[in-house]
Design a protein around this ligand. Structure first.
Ligand SMILES: [Zn+2]
Length: 83
């Protein structure tokens, strides 16, 4: 009798753990969708993507892709005139 109760308790505990994990997963997906929808396409999982203007042609590029030269950002090596 007690043994059965322990088994039942373990089963309930297992279900509880699975439920909590699924809950967290759902929360993560919700957050992902929220950030993707708020941004532009959701390219990366970044909170804020800083965009800079190319000093030469005026194209907007993210800081990660931009080339910094003499204190100005450029969209490409061609604009930055570097080899
Ligand atoms: Zn440019």
């Amino acid at each position: 009798m007690i043994f059965k109760l322990i088994i039942l308790g373990l089963v309930l505990y297992g279900v509880y753990i699975l439920f909590i994990r699924d809950g967290n997963l759902l929360e993560q997906m919700k957050e992902k969708n929220r950030t993707a929808g708020g941004g532009k396409g959701g390219k990366k999982q970044e909170d804020v993507e800083t965009v800079v203007e190319c000093h030469k042609c005026g194209v907007y590029v993210s800081v990660d892709e931009a080339i910094l030269k003499d204190g100005h950002y450029y969209c490409s090596k061609k604009c930055a005139e570097v080899k």
